[in-house]
Design a protein around this ligand. Structure first.
Ligand SMILES: NC(=O)c1ccc[n+]([C@@H]2O[C@H](COP(=O)([O-])OP(=O)(O)OC[C@H]3O[C@@H](n4cnc5c(N)ncnc54)[C@H](OP(=O)(O)O)[C@@H]3O)[C@@H](O)[C@H]2O)c1
Length: 256
């Protein structure tokens, strides 16, 4: 069962549908259609009679979760609550009614099967449940497990929020190209294809990012000129560190 089909819930649902493992019941207030035999319900009053979910995937904003958890937790004590909510701790999930819980931090490339999810098991999660959860998450990309829940704040800052950093870079490269006189559509194409192509190369290469960077940087060439500007200590090294610190701090603030 999936609760919440907004940006993240939909990203995961798209990945699950493509892999034929979508949840049988999707509870969301806005979703209009889903291929059969999956079904959409608007609230818990419409749950099927003989329903017994193995997982209850919570992909709502934290404020939307408590009432659903308080009702569904006691009703389905065998179910594992798989929460992708940023900042909702395992202790809070069980305090609000989850029988057992796994916290996970996915990211939106899950919608095209290229997600990166990190999961952390709560007390009482069996090895079998962990494997079943991995199967679910691997349908939408790569999965790593951690045992220390505290690390999820940093993980949220890097992989959870990370796609937005790349989208910003694409915007900025496009803008710089237009400012230097390129047609808008060409500037956009160059920025997008360069980032997606370099991302695919990074993903498929055994080389470290720094080695790949050095391999495309000729001494005193154009790339070197750009990297000198970007790698100055008060440029990208500081900006990226500050950005990750700010996001980690916010993830900790949100933790409840
Ligand atoms: N977006 C990301 O990149 C990302 C990455 C990692 C983790 N997350 C986590 O994923 C969660 C969802 O984020 P999002 O960006 O997908 O939010 P979102 O786009 O607002 O989606 C949440 C959806 O769930 C619906 N909903 C809320 N409470 C519900 C309930 N009780 N029953 C049925 N439907 C309900 C909302 O409807 P209403 O609008 O009517 O409330 C909305 O359609 C958050 O906790 C976030 O921390 C997001």
């Amino acid at each position: 069962m999936l609760i919440g089909c907004g940006k993240m819930g939909h990203a995961m649902l798209d990945g699950w549908l493509a892999n034929g493992i979508a949840p049988s019941v999707i509870m969301d207030r806005h979703l209009e259609t889903v291929p059969k035999p999956h079904r959409i319900i608007r609230d818990t009053a419409s749950l099927p009679e003989d329903f017994s979910p193995e997982f209850i995937v919570l992909a709502v904003k934290p404020a939307g979760a408590d009432a659903a958890l308080a009702e569904l937790g006691p009703r389905f004590p065998q179910a594992v609550v798989l929460s992708v909510m940023a900042g909702r701790t395992l202790a809070s999930l069980t305090a609000h009614g989850a029988p057992t819980a796994i916290r996970a931090m996915p990211n939106t490339p899950a919608s095209i099967g290229k997600g990166m999810t990190v999961a952390c098991p709560g007390p009482g999660i069996s090895e079998t449940q962990r494997i079943r959860c991995s199967d679910l998450l691997e349908a939408v990309g790569d999965v790593a497990w951690i045992e220390e829940e505290d690390a999820l704040a940093t993980i949220t800052a890097i992989s959870g929020s990370g796609p937005a950093y790349l989208f910003l870079l694409s915007e900025l490269m496009e803008k710089a190209g237009i400012e230097q006189g390129l047609p808008e559509d060409l500037a956009r194409l160059l920025a997008r294809k360069t980032l997606s192509g370099a991302g695919a190369l990074l993903d498929s290469s055994p080389m470290a990012a720094a080695e790949l960077r050095r391999a495309v940087t000729s001494p005193n060439g154009t790339t070197q000129s750009a990297l000198d500007a970007l790698m100055a200590e008060d440029a990208w090294p500081r900006s990226v560190r500050n950005a990750i610190d700010a996001a980690t701090h916010r993830a900790r603030e949100l933790a409840s």
